[in-house]
Design a protein around this ligand. Structure first.
Ligand SMILES: C[S@@+](CC[C@H](N)C(=O)[O-])C[C@H]1O[C@@H](n2cnc3c(N)ncnc32)[C@H](O)[C@@H]1O
Length: 259
């Protein structure tokens, strides 16, 4: 196939599906024989970036508390927690987040109709626990890890709607947390019976994690993969001899949808 006939879009992964049955989105994804959507922000048409976002800015390791002074009232001093400070630093370094994105297409997009795309790459925002070196370790809690898993499922739901039967979804993260990797795959396969794991080429990473996890309080459980499923995904373990960052890739083939 001629590569010129691949149209790629970057979308807001939480609102990429058009809600109403209005006229087709200006993107006209269907006019090409092969359309790819990358669920990430700051979009430019026809550019498909697949690498995980990394950063080279340094983290402020200051241990002193920080005081921000309001310009209007010089006496009005506000103490900012170190967690908030780190969050702000990251925002300055990585650019605006999804609620404040500057990409014209993302802002203007009313989304696409279901089944508009042949392929979706969901290179999802995540806890980034696979990054090396760890520049901001120790910020995640069990609760925040679960929060990542929650929005990733919502993004995945959107991806499933966007891809036509016969298409492909690739889901990836740069974290080693199985709750955002194997458990997402379990969720996907259990919820959408028309999805199946596809084989990947090249295959460089190791297998996914098999089994399940239960907190001793029994308040939280996570289901992971079967042995067969684990062979179809790629888990990159930063402590393995491969010498990579922590990364995870699952490829889903989309079968005939029920609706
Ligand atoms: C792992 S990085 C993906 C990097 C991307 N593949 C690239 O090359 O730029 C995840 C990205 O998702 C972005 N993001 C966060 N929320 C999003 C949303 N609702 N929709 C789309 N992208 C989002 C983050 O800002 C971050 O840049």
């Amino acid at each position: 196939m001629d590569l010129n006939c691949i149209k790629a879009y970057k979308l807001d992964a939480l609102k990429s599906v058009r809600k109403t049955n209005e006229a087709k989105y200006i993107g006209e994804a269907g006019s090409c024989t092969d359309a790819i959507v990358t669920l990430a922000e700051d979009s430019e048409p026809c550019i498909n970036k697949v690498d995980a976002g990394t950063t080279n800015a340094s983290e402020d390791s200051s241990t002193t508390s920080v005081v921000q002074t309001d310009n209007k009232k010089t006496d009005d001093k506000r103490y900012v927690s170190k967690a908030d400070l780190r969050k702000n630093l990251r925002r300055m370094r990585n650019g605006p987040g999804r609620n404040n994105c500057s990409g014209g297409r993302v802002e203007n997009s009313k989304g696409f109709l279901p089944n508009s795309f042949d392929r979706v790459l969901l290179d999802a925002p995540c806890s980034a626990l696979g990054l090396r070196p760890r520049l901001f370790a120790g910020e995640e809690t069990l609760e925040s890890l679960r929060n990542h898993a929650t929005y990733q499922r919502r993004m995945f739901d959107q991806a499933v709607k966007l891809v036509r039967p016969g298409g492909v979804i690739v889901y990836s993260t740069c974290t080693i947390n199985p709750g955002e990797n194997e458990a997402l795959v379990r969720y996907a396969l259990d919820k959408y019976k028309f999805l199946s794991l596809g084989s990947q080429h090249p295959k460089v990473g190791g297998p996914g994690i098999v089994g399940s996890f239960e907190l001793s309080t029994k308040k939280y459980t996570e289901e992971w993969l079967t042995k067969h499923e684990s062979q179809l995904v790629q888990r990159f373990d930063p402590s393995s001899t491969l010498d990579t960052i922590g990364f995870f890739i699952a490829k889903f083939d989309v079968g005939q949808k029920d609706d």
